[in-house]
Design a protein around this ligand. Sequence first.
Ligand code: TGC
Ligand code: FAD
Length: 389
Amino acid sequence: MPSFPGVDFLDFDSLLSDEEKLARQTARQFVDDAIMPIIEQYNREGKFPVQLVPQMADLGLFGASLKGYGCAGMSNVEYGLVTQELERGDSGLRSFVSVQSALVMYPIHAFGSDAQKDKWLPLLQQGKAIGCFGLTEPQFGSNPGGMLARAVKKGDSYILNGEKMWITNGSISDVAVIWAKTEDDKIRGFLVEKGTPGYKAWDVHGKYSLRASVTSGLAMTDCKIPAENLLPGVEGLKGPLSCLNQARYGIGWGGIGAAMACYDTALTYAKQRKQFDNKPIASHQLVQEKLVWMITEITKAQFLALQVGRLKDKGRVHPSHISMMKMNNVWVARESASRAREILGANGIVDDYCVMRHMNNIESVYTYEGTHDIHKLIIGERITGISAF
Ligand code: TGC
Ligand code: FAD
């Protein structure tokens, strides 16, 4: 399939290095060749295309911005451009890569023991093991600090009890990074392996969003976890929140990808579809206004993402910068999908076109990894010094 040409109104590409363009092109071609031909079918059937995992591993997409253990050692900008392309294909594919990379490999890399890193990072990087990240609980979403999951030390083990909800990849994971409070009320991370007695995963059905992604609930009943499966390098809420910084960053680029897919589809459609005197609908001012809104916001989102990426590469990014990027760029995707749907008229509601799939997916992306409004409050706290949660 010919490669997607990209969306570049303001010569954004002149700010990218050859390596950055190559990383994007590699992901772009993979999306066009391997994802686009099958994604509507998988979305319709509500299945994750698990057969793509080895191919994604071969392309170095897992843990791509980490160093060592076979990881590609990409810059943050390169990694961001990859997640942009994946989400242009489908948010579910980007979710898979985000969870595997930012929420499972990153905490093991940053906070794990040498034995944990040696055991899991090569397997996860090669796609021979799949991981998930259990922070959210049925009663604690935006406020994970209130979690009920508990780990009690008993000899050389921890006894883990609790429930996690809305967990991407939950039922297909070989290892789960589970966050729970120990007896001193501190949040700690545990590596819970598939097959641990008392550990159960089940799938959420009836989703209208992220249908090509596995979303699960997890239950842990008196799970005996060897003490060496505790992540030794971090305690407190800053552990899971620092993983979220990595994942939210990828999502900020991903939003651009979903918006690009909707814009490109709407622009092509508007130039072809004729109404009133056999004129293309693109010749009407009201239709042009929607397309102009999209290209303007996509362009602004690109420069925001690039600056956050450059700051991250220099070690100068603050979590509130990433919040602004996640909040803004996912909103741009949501609004672009809505406008593109209008331009496509009735055709906008069927899966001959990608628009409604993106529109539905973005509802999850708008909510997970900190809702749109939680990111507003993070930025609000940063500029006023006052917490309004
Ligand atoms: P607060 O008192 O502000 O902070 C507690 C400790 O954490 C530190 N901290 C951070 N550290 C690293 N990165 C950040 N972004 C951090 N934000 C805060 C903070 O300095 C403090 O450290 P210390 O040493 O003083 O203890 O915590 P709070 O309880 O008031 O909560 C703050 C709030 C609301 C911003 C936080 O809870 C939050 O972000 N809530 C949203 C929850 C969320 O995003 N959940 C995501 C679950 S995972 C998911 O959705 C995966 S989707 C996967 C897919 O892509 O498919
Ligand atoms: P709530 O926290 O109940 O919020 C409901 C509404 O209230 C929101 O609009 C919110 O903005 C608002 N609100 C809450 N508090 C405030 C406040 N203080 N001020 C103003 N407004 C507020 N979690 C994981 O741990 N791992 C995963 O892999 C994972 N994957 C997910 C995949 C999908 C498809 C989805 C949908 C979710 C996933 N999540 C995952 C969970 C996700 O992170 C949570 O849904 C999210 O953090 C919001 O929590 P909640 O749904 O409980 O909403």
